[in-house]
Design a protein around this ligand. Sequence first.
Ligand code: FE2
Length: 169
Amino acid sequence: MEPLDVLHLREVTDELAATGKRVKVLWQRPESLAFVARGREYRSEFHVNQSDEVTYMIKGTMQLHYRTPDGREQVAVLTEGSTNFMPAGTPHSPRFPPDAYALILERGRRPGEIDRFHWYCERCGGHLHEETFVVDDYTKDPVSQAYKRFFDSIAARTCKACGTVMPAP
Ligand SMILES: [Fe+2]
């Protein structure tokens, strides 16, 4: 067995700040995926995946928007140094600024497992758009790819119910 690695979160956040990157994957194993993420100021979608998720706020505050099984939107506020557990399958939208940092712990994706991104209308709450994909490697930054497809399409951003167009960032 190799000696066990020890990672310093401060070094990880310093590296993200210096490079401007959004995500640093710390490890990905079948039963454990860990990454540090900086906030994305334009984040508006809800992510749905089949892994329990633990968030630890290293720096700054996160407004963790989530949707209950009956479709109500709620917000858990994670201040610096706090942590929480979110069960698998909860649609969630972690909103925090680029100078805030969170450690996220999930399990690795199972082969063929599908991640979903849902966008909802900011005016009427209607369902706008879904992106689905298989996350085979988290270092490919699937969030950025899904965002590009959504924001490149005016049709995807236009509410079928009320006609409101979600603005591009
Ligand atoms: Fe709408």
